[in-house]
Design a binder for this molecule. Sequence first.
Ligand code: DX5
Ligand code: ZN
Length: 224
Amino acid sequence: MITVSPSILSSDFSNLEAEIRSLDSAGADWIHIDVMDGVFVPNITLGFPVIRAIRPHTARRFDVHLMIDRPERYAAQFVEAGADLVTFHIESTAQVKKTASLIRQAGAAVGLSVRPGTPAQDVFPYLEELDLVLVMSVEPGFGGQSFLPGSVEKIRVIRREAMRRNPELIVQVDGGVNEKTIVDCAAAGADSFAVGSTVFKSADRAAAIRSLRERAEAVYLRDL
Ligand code: DX5
Ligand code: ZN
């Protein structure tokens, strides 16, 4: 199943309740929530109180993308705050297995993310234990950047390996996803898309989400 997960990093933070409701009624599959700590990435966004505050306003899955140093310290608290899926960076911790099991024990699905410079093969040892691998197609830290084309091959390499080791694995891509770049990503095997500016810049969010999903569905796995 193809999922579109609009990133609230691009939303109007002075009116988050309305933004969440708008994404829900526009048909967002999940809500992508970017958590940055100013250490792992050069930006600071939001944390537990904000996630808790927006949780009552939608039943959509909260897809929480942690860009924080040593996420094992806080992983379970993100689940308590309302995350349904917690994705952390392989570069942010020496304790990948421990972090994954803390998230799972707390009751959420587990994602592992790679920065653009990190080889795809680095996630292979963990594939059986993950629900999702997130391929960053920009350097994490900011919305509105341009898609790095090398990400497409990385998606393909991970999807191929997942077909052997974990056929249920979701491969998500995040950064610079638009109506053009989504096609190559889905064709290479990505089935989940975190999308910031493309959805938020659109005058019709429902149409933007629908169009992205349809484009991905039309080509999924075509170029594998
Ligand atoms: C960047 C974040 C992304 C970002 C995507 O570090 O992880 O989720 O919000 O924004 P766009 O789609 O504008 O690149
Ligand atoms: Zn993100």
